[in-house]
Design a protein around this ligand. Structure first.
Ligand SMILES: Nc1ncnc2c1ncn2[C@@H]1O[C@H](COP(=O)(O)OP(=O)(O)OP(=O)(O)O)[C@@H](O)[C@H]1O
Length: 578
């Protein structure tokens, strides 16, 4: 609530404009009532001809127009404020996710994030487009109307002062309950979206396990929960409208009774002020009632804002990169892991005290049992995670002192399952060199080296064939070859390679080995290795177990020093090591 109020106050010009239009609307309402009363008095009491009120009627038309125009501008300002704030929230969320993409992608479901950026941010709208402008309008207009009534008949003004606070009191009581319900509503929406996208992505797995019906039932339950939450919010909205309507009706009736008694029975008030008060009273209660209804809509925005702010605060740990240039040093830099520690969080997996030095052009293998922390170490090396203690030193300087772009220009990460974006084969390869002009010849050489020429020749649209989510699928081996083409195009001086654990086809396997050997001539290669061939070839092997560096050295040295390594190698080749 406070954050939304602060955001609204930051838009000073809009707040002033809202106050100005509200002031004009208030004045126009009073003038409108005065004109109507004087026209009625002239025609019905004083029995003047129609021509005597023509000027009044023209003035009334002008007042209607000004009031209508101001109401339109007032509404527009609110919509503009809402769109500005929604843009700010969306930008903050996207910046948050893009500043720390890996942390963002592992925390929470993707569907929930998408809903947060789209639908939940949209829920902020009513606070700025309805509640905030209406609050300004109602406070200014009600004061003007009250003053006008006081001027004509102070007794009615006193009745208004006594009955009007019932509306805000009721708003607070209902508002407390609404906020809780609105928060539940937003939560149910994000849960439904998360569940839906998760099921959609895992549809093949669900089908294979015969779980499609069960999953459909879970989605149905989630959607019924969402519907119930929506109905709960609507129930409060209807209840609140009913009570607000009742209070304003009773208030108007009370004033009508007072004015009627004084006019007919006690005869201590004239027709003009009596009719004027009766014309103003419904406007007075309507403006208060409108702020009550808008308050209800605003509560939904507060719940949405709370959810977004929680998300922004949760993943606020941003990696700050420096400005130090890296490209001036030709060839691969030296890399030192200096007492590196990392944890995914309390009671979660951690890597501790890792120390290692990698000379330029060396081939490093990281090995160990499943879950030992090999991929996590690769992510730390890439600068995707921030170490808890210690640092990665590049040319003797901490990694994060370098310019982020220059570092990622020097590096390529080939994961086990390279991501293929929705686009053509060419687009997917060219992401390795954004903005750089690549000739057809250069591209042809890269495709040849990565073993993609034959595949592309078979395709009707060749390199322009759509792949990824919106196009044809690719096999694991073909994805690996796309990743290799990216590497050949980029020619990085550091290659981080998460070797596939699943058996690739013989063709891709041989291409992979040849390509890595060729890339190694100009780069340092750090591989999470599973194949004995890769491990034996490495200049240095890091053997990890449960997040600890148990052994370090060449294949021969480790066989002699580290018993678990020997066992692993023996298991790998089904008997004798060597
Ligand atoms: N986001 C995460 N939050 C908490 N724990 C995680 C997260 N990601 C991975 N882990 C845990 O960290 C440990 C190390 O994972 P990592 O992927 O680094 O292992 P690995 O040695 O590469 O395994 P494998 O050879 O099976 O790929 C595992 O126990 C894993 O469950």
């Amino acid at each position: 609530m406070k954050q939304l109020k602060d955001l609204a106050k930051q838009q000073k010009r809009s707040t002033y404009s809202l106050s100005f239009t509200a002031f004009v609307i208030g004045c126009m309402t009073v003038i409108q009532a005065l004109l109507i009363v004087s026209i009625v008095t002239s025609i019905f009491l004083e029995e003047k001809p129609f021509s005597a009120v023509i000027l009044h009627l023209a003035a009334l038309l002008a007042v209607f127009s000004v009031r209508g125009l101001c109401s339109y501008i007032h509404g527009k300002i609110g919509i503009r404020m809402a769109s500005k704030v929604k843009k700010q929230f969306r930008q903050s969320l996207i910046t948050q996710y893009s500043n720390n993409p890996v942390q963002a992608s592992i925390k929470g479901q993707s569907g929930q994030k998408v809903t947060l950026v789209t639908d939940v941010v949209d829920e902020i709208d009513p606070y700025f487009s309805k509640y905030y402008p209406q609050r300004i309008l109602s406070s200014i207009v009600s004061i003007i109307l009250l003053a006008a009534v006081f001027w004509q008949n102070w007794v009615s003004a006193v009745i208004m002062i006594v009955t009007a606070p019932l509306i805000p009191v009721f708003m607070i009581i209902i508002g407390k309950k609404t906020e809780k319900k609105a928060l539940q509503h937003v939560e149910k929406l994000t849960v439904l979206a998360g569940k839906f996208l998760d099921s959609l992505q895992g549809l093949v797995t669900l089908k294979l396990f015969g779980k499609v019906n069960e999953e459909a039932a879970l989605i149905k339950k989630s959607s019924i929960d969402y519907r119930t939450a929506t109905m709960d919010v609507l129930k409060f909205a209807f209840l609140s409208s009913l009570v607000l309507e009742l209070i304003s009706m009773l208030g108007t009736a009370l004033i009508a009774l007072e004015v009627g008694l004084r006019l007919v029975i006690y005869q201590n008030i004239s027709f003009f002020p009596a009719f004027f008060v009766l014309a103003i009273a419904p406007e007075f209660y309507k403006t208060l009632k409108d702020v009550g209804s808008a308050f209800h809509a605003g509560k939904g925005s507060m719940a949405a804002a709370e959810k977004i702010i929680d998300e922004l605060e949760e993943s606020s740990e941003i990696i700050q990169w420096g400005r130090e240039p890296l490209s001036h040093s030709a060839g691969p830099p030296s890399i030192v892991l200096n007492n590196l520690s990392f944890t995914y969080g309390e009671d979660h997996f951690s890597l501790h005290g890792i120390y290692a030095e990698f000379r330029p052009y060396s081939q490093i293998a990281i090995v160990g049992p499943s879950g030992a922390g090999k991929t996590s170490l690769l992510h730390l090396l890439a600068g995707i995670f921030r170490p808890a203690t210690g640092e990665v030193l590049i040319n003797d300087e901490p990694l994060f002192t370098y310019d982020e772009r220059e570092w990622f220009d020097k590096l390529i990460y080939i994961s086990q399952d390279p991501y293929i974006f929705s686009g053509t084969i060419k687009d997917n390869i060219l992401i390795a060199c954004p903005g750089k002009k690549i000739s057809e010849n250069e591209l042809g050489t890269v495709l040849e080296k990565a073993g993609l020429t034959e595949l592309i020749q078979q395709l009707e649209n060749g390199i322009h064939t759509s792949i990824g989510e919106a196009g044809r699928g690719l096999s694991g081996g073909e994805k690996q070859r796309i990743a290799l083409a990216r590497a050949f195009l980029k020619r990085p001086s550091i290659i981080l390679f998460d070797e596939p654990t699943v058996g690739l086809d013989l063709y891709t396997e041989s291409i992979l080995q040849k390509s890595i050997a060729e890339l190694a001539q100009t780069a340092t290669i750090i591989t999470v290795a599973h194949r004995l061939h890769t491990i034996k070839q490495a200049d240095c092997i890091l053997y990890l177990e449960k997040g600890t560096l148990v052994g370090k050295g060449t294949h021969k040295e480790l066989l002699e020093q580290t018993k678990d390594y020997l066992t692993m190698v023996e298991e790998n080749q089904g008997g004798a090591a060597g």
